[in-house]
Design a protein around this ligand. Structure first.
Ligand code: SF4
Length: 402
């Protein structure tokens, strides 16, 4: 087996590169990116691993993850949360396995879950072995908490026997004591050293189905650690700002930190950590990827902030449309613009568009062209109908092509 750690690389802070140089095989360039090259993000070349049936790394789409917060031993509640997250678009869901009771619930959870399950293991290496035997698709182990190499070796053997992958999940708040003594405090060098030490243990035992994360609650520390790590290994990277905060503050912090990494092409799977419903984490994760053109799931609404020129209540309309179109998973762009100042221009770039400005009515654009007038009173139902029909058509075309 070849060692995937680039041992010769000197660990040092790197500038965040908005336009990264070509660093490996080209990801698929869409027609839109070819027409508008400033939208193109060159993804870092990583090797691909499997988390259950979800590929992570390489050219695979960036996978969106979340984590349940129910007691894992309550399989019904945990599965309900997993299903809700999967419906919102989660590709992978992580559950905590702190006790024997929790791993006892894992066989049913893993069997009935619609998406692969990652078992989160801290402290008790035996929980990792139990979770692997129970059908977990991946084990997340924290180098600072898992203990000796002998214990890690046992977890590796269980992962190998069960076809599990492993995430080496370094956390700035729980680094190994010897690294804290060496570096004085959590810093990028310490986090990357911890990650690479454990990657070597896995590789020395013939295991290369692993991904790595180096999370911290400090956004600057997290970004610097990922930048270094991205240069030091070709393992797929799981991104996250840990303990980012509530829905608003956590979203902003995660979007700046994870967004800058994703923009620089770094990251193969993401979790937005919010003190909020896991479904919100999935929604924010997807919005982040959609904003960067890295994933296209669901309706992407382009809307103006509104002002005195608006021909209808833009804010209320967008709020209702976001709720009523949340079930659509096909990538459809929709512009909702208050008046003709920006309406026709935005509508020309979206699949469907509504521009206000007429007398209690506005203009509906289809595929970028003005198509028909709709009254403000009928506009929401009409737009929902048009989007649903377009999604249905896209589904039918996809099925026919398969
Ligand atoms: S598009 Fe029109 S309504 Fe919307 S913010 Fe601009 S000027 Fe105001």
């Amino acid at each position: 087996m070849t060692c995937n750690i680039l041992r010769h690389v000197i660990i040092r802070p790197l500038p965040c590169r908005i336009t990264s140089p070509f660093r490996g095989e080209r990801t698929k360039v869409t027609r839109m990116q070819a027409l508008r090259p400033w939208r193109h993000i060159e993804r870092r070349k990583s090797r691909q691993i499997m988390v259950g049936n979800v590929p992570v790394g390489g050219d695979a789409p960036i996978a969106v993850q979340t984590m349940t917060n129910t007691p894992t031993e309550d399989a019904d509640a945990t599965l309900a949360q997993i299903r809700a997250a999967a419906e919102a678009g989660a590709d992978i869901v992580r559950v905590s396995c702190p006790t024997e009771e929790s791993t006892a619930a894992m066989p049913r959870i893993c069997k009935e879950s619609p998406v692969p399950i990652v078992a989160d293991i801290h402290f008790h290496f035996k929980r990792g072995i139990e979770a692997a035997d129970a059908g977990a698709a991946c084990l997340r182990i924290n180098p600072g908490n898992i203990g000796s190499e002998a214990r890690v070796k046992e977890v590796i053997a269980a992962a190998k026997a069960n076809g599990c992958s492993i995430r080496i999940g370094v956390n700035g708040g729980s680094l190994e004591r010897h690294l804290l003594e060496k570096y004085g405090e959590p810093c990028p060098d310490a986090m990357v050293e911890s990650a690479l030490d454990h990657a070597r243990i896995l590789e020395d035992h013939g295991f290369d189905q692993y991904k790595i994360s180096v999370k911290a609650s400090d956004m600057f520390l997290t970004v610097a650690a990922y930048q270094q790590l991205a240069e030091a290994t070709d393992a797929p990277l799981h991104l996250g700002i840990t303990e980012a905060g509530g829905l608003r503050t956590g979203t902003v912090k995660s979007s700046i930190g994870m967004g800058s990494l994703l923009w620089a092409g770094i990251g193969d799977t993401i979790r937005v950590s919010l003190s909020a419903d896991p479904v919100e984490e999935v929604k924010v994760g997807f919005e982040m990827l959609k904003s960067l053109g890295l994933r296209t799931r669901g309706v992407n609404i382009v809307a103006c902030p509104s002002c005195a020129r608006q021909g209808f209540d833009v804010i209320k309309t967008v709020e209702i449309l976001e709720q009523r179109l949340a079930h659509i998973s096909e990538p459809i762009s929709l512009s909702i613009i208050g008046c003709v100042v920006n309406g026709p221009g935005e509508a020309a770039l979206t699949d469907l568009g509504f521009t206000g400005g007429g007398k209690e009515a506005g203009k509906m654009f289809v595929s970028g062209r003005p198509d028909h007038n709709v009254s403000n009173a009928d506009m929401v139902d009409h737009i929902v109908d048009l989007v649903e029909k377009r999604a249905e058509l896209m589904r039918a075309e996809k099925e026919a092509a398969e």
